[in-house]
Design a protein around this ligand. Structure first.
Ligand SMILES: *Cc1c(COP(=O)(O)O)cnc(C)c1O
Length: 395
């Protein structure tokens, strides 16, 4: 009989045989998977037979998440990554080469802008930023640069801009370019860009898809061929998602529809209420009939979503006072969680920008951005009232 250490190792690694279907996808928290013989391992590693060998390459829990989001997005295939940025990086690098240009929305997520201008620029990839709502400018930029990629976000900061995915896909394809869409703010419940002509869709699943602010994850979905082109980047760069993180994201998905409906209902109610408040100069929410994006959003989105922004008349001081007065909403820069999150870009995420640079980014000094959570709307209104009173006093 083997000695104690050997017995401990064998005893603790004997996989249970399970012939029934578990009600949740198990966390396959294993670095590697062993095979019956050397030939099988070789075949699995080279893709000659399906299976698992090493969790950076593939893992059952992580693969289940990629497939689940692909199904929700109406895509052929999906791949999960450690973070949204790892997913966006892989998608971009799978389609662009040194010497080429990316045409990207100027209203792009801050870290994606840094990826384009700090990281990819160092490898000879340039980016031309355009206003995604100016279709003639997008058309001209693609024609001028011969870019292989048009990169946009379904819904984006700072003023909750909504892109016309169908029109952008038509323009991109006419120029022989692919349309890549960051669908994080909309979630697959509100919008499925693949159905509207996009080629690759990325998510920060850290946000709405997981919904509970307790995990980082990213997803790329698209045709099998395009997703397969992202796989070597995942494997060689190493941005693999941990199985336990994949489990946490999967846990959020069954309630995505309920959450998005509630986020949207509450956001619309708050947006309409904020419009009638004295110190509020403008409310940015695509569900408001007066929004410049209302018509596009009504076509592109099934619900208007949980992101809203509004401008206070008292500028930077009012914005800061509003934020500091809130009791329920969290003061942080993330979004898409069950709890309401409010940010004042001018004093936080964009504090390094002076007045002119803020203006160029479309950020008023008194702009607040809110990821509306799942709390009771009456309580949120009380919390916003505290903010408004503090903003008024700070003027
Ligand atoms: C958060 C976010 C990202 C980055 O995702 P991480 O999971 O933080 O890496 C990308 N795009 C958008 C729109 C985001 O909100």
């Amino acid at each position: 009989m083997a000695r104690f250490s050997t017995r401990a190792i064998l005893a603790a690694t004997r996989s249970p045989e399970v012939n029934q279907i578990p009600s949740a996808i198990p966390i396959y928290q294993a670095a590697a998977f062993s095979t019956a013989d050397a030939a099988e391992l070789g075949e699995v590693l080279t893709g000659a037979r399906p299976g698992y060998a090493y969790s950076r390459i593939d893992n059952p829990t992580t693969a289940a998440l990629g497939s689940a989001v692909a199904e929700l997005e109406g895509a052929e295939a999906g791949l999960a990554f450690a973070t949204g940025m790892a997913a966006i990086h892989a998608a971009l690098v799978s389609v662009v080469r040194a010497g080429q240009t990316i045409v990207a929305t100027q209203a792009v997520y801050g870290t994606t802008r840094d990826l384009l201008t700090r990281v990819l620029a160092g490898f000879g990839v340039t980016t031309e930023f355009v206003d995604p709502t100016d279709l003639a400018a997008v058309d001209a930029a693609l024609g001028r640069t011969g870019a292989p990629v048009l990169y946009v976000e379904t819904v984006s900061n700072p003023t909750i801009i909504v892109s016309d995915i169908a029109a952008l896909a038509e323009i991109a394809h006419r120029h022989g370019a692919l349309l890549l869409v960051d669908n994080t703010f909309a979630s697959p419940f509100a919008c499925r860009p693949i159905e509207r002509g996009a080629d690759l869709v990325m998510h920060s699943a850290t946000k709405y898809i997981s919904g509970h602010a307790d995990v980082l994850a990213g997803i790329v979905v698209g045709s099998r061929e395009r997703v397969d082109a992202c796989r070597p980047i995942l494997v060689d760069v190493g941005g693999a998602l941990a199985p336990i993180a994949a489990f946490l994201v999967l846990r959020g998905i069954p309630t995505l529809a309920l959450r998005m409906q509630r986020h949207s209902e509450t956001a619309l109610e708050l947006a309409a209420w904020l419009e009638g408040q004295g110190v509020v100069e403008r409310v940015h929410y695509p569900g408001l009939p007066g929004s410049p994006y209302h018509a596009v959003a009504a076509r592109e989105l099934d619900v208007f979503g949980g992101m809203l922004a509004f401008e206070l008349s008292g500028g930077r001081a009012a914005g800061q006072a509003f934020l500091d007065a809130m009791q329920i909403a969290e003061r942080t820069a993330s979004l898409g969680a069950f709890r309401t999150i409010t940010t004042h870009p001018a004093s936080t995420t964009h504090r390094q920008l002076d007045a002119d640079a803020l203006k160029a980014s479309g950020i008023a000094p008194g702009l607040l951005r809110c990821s509306v959570g799942l709390e009771d709307v009456e309580d949120l209104r009380v919390d916003f009232d505290l903010g408004l009173a503090a903003a008024q006093a700070a003027q």
